[in-house]
Design a protein around this ligand. Structure first.
Ligand SMILES: [Zn+2]
Length: 77
């Protein structure tokens, strides 16, 4: 999946941490500007760290903020 694919479908990059299970969405736009729309999001993986615990044991996924709002009761208070 490329940065262009994500931007065209209004999706974010989701960093899923294997260590602490944090799921952190990040904006693909700055990375797209740097790497180009045709670059694959997997190229971020070697340098990506979990923003919560700093672990490098992460997976990158596509993430729709709209879907998350509907499916994730964890955010409802
Ligand atoms: Zn973590």
């Amino acid at each position: 999946m490329t940065f262009g694919d994500l931007l065209n479908t209004d999706q974010l990059i989701l960093i899923v941490c294997d260590e602490c299970n944090a799921r952190t969405p990040i904006d693909p736009a700055p990375h797209a500007l740097q790497a180009g729309l045709a670059a694959d999001i997997s190229q971020l993986a070697p340098a990506a760290r979990c923003p919560v615990c700093g672990s490098a044991e992460i997976a990158l996924r596509a993430h729709s903020p709209v879907e998350n709002r509907i499916e994730s009761p964890a955010f409802a208070k």
